[in-house]
Ligand binder design. Structure first.
Ligand SMILES: Cc1cc2nc3c(=O)[nH]c(=O)nc-3n(C[C@H](O)[C@H](O)[C@H](O)COP(=O)(O)O)c2cc1C
Length: 254
């Protein structure tokens, strides 16, 4: 497989940096081709800017629509096009980051904001005119997996844990971004208690990561519901006969 590894940590000598090196080595030993986007090392610009989309000066720049035109006309800025080319090449995407304030570092959010533009990552329609998203779409056929380190211990990120349920914290990324654009999202690899890891615990977590990468091509994806699979009505609301009386993010898993 062709694997693109997105790395969003400022310090290569961190726990995250060590896991990245382990992971990339394991992938190469398994015979995969790898490419790396090390966002801090690349000095990635995370801020959407009018200069991203060259236009004739008469149109007002509205990111959603102008970016689609820019994409199809090939006028996106060079750094965005380079990342899109890597994504187009990839069969699988690894998104690695430390959990910061319940979410991803801003530099990584800005990678998605600028690279996942309309016409490239979303906003495509099928032959019947329906918009393809949530399980179908521009990036379908690709696999994606989050590799995360978090300071919190595992139980405190469970369903009743004070640090918030992990599946819910990752919902915007895993469901709202990766699944939205059509990718199959594998269960995340999470290193909990990441600020207090003993050398033995580090070796165990690194072994687990290698094992997860070994099964990257075959692991069963998270069972998110497909938008166009019949579970949602025409308003994109889950049909009342499915999980009656239940609401919240968990209803979007089969
Ligand atoms: C700005 C900042 C915000 C953080 N927010 C969280 C958080 O919301 N939840 C959590 O479990 N850990 C949080 N942490 C802890 C980091 O997730 C942890 O230090 C990191 O994953 C350890 O990996 P590293 O040594 O590679 O940085 C935060 C750390 C920083 C620096």
């Amino acid at each position: 497989m062709n694997v693109l590894w997105i790395f969003a940590h400022p310090e290569p000598r961190s726990l995250s940096g060590a896991l990245r090196d382990e992971g990339l080595r394991a992938l190469r030993e398994l015979g995969h081709d790898t490419r790396l986007s090390d966002l801090y090392a690349m000095r990635w610009n995370p801020v959407v800017d009018g200069k991203d989309f060259r236009h004739d000066g008469e149109q007002r720049l509205i990111v959603g629509t102008s970016s689609q035109r820019a994409y199809t006309e090939g006028t996106l800025s060079e750094d965005i096009r380079a990342e899109q080319e890597k994504l187009a090449w990839a069969d699988a995407l690894i998104v690695q980051f430390p959990l910061w304030w319940y979410g991803m570092p801003a530099i990584l959010k800005g990678w998605f904001d600028r690279v996942f533009v309309k016409g490239f990552a979303y906003g495509v329609t099928g032959p019947d005119g329906r918009t393809l998203r949530y399980g179908d779409g521009a990036l379908s056929g690709k696999r994606a997996m989050v590799v995360l380190t978090a300071g919190a211990p595992e139980d405190s990120m469970g369903p009743r844990g004070i640090n918030g349920d992990l599946g819910q914290l990752l919902f915007p990324l895993q469901h709202g971004t990766l699944w939205y654009s059509g990718m199959s999202v594998l269960p995340p690899h999470v290193v909990y208690g990441a600020d207090r890891l003993s050398p033995d615990a580090y070796r165990a977590r690194a072994d687990e990561l290698r094992q997860r990468l070994r099964t990257l091509p075959t692991t069963e994806p998270l069972p998110f519901r497909r938008q166009n699979g019949g579970d949602y009505d025409e308003r994109l609301v889950l049909r009342p006969e499915l999980l009656p009386g239940r609401s919240g993010l968990a209803v979007h898993y089969v």
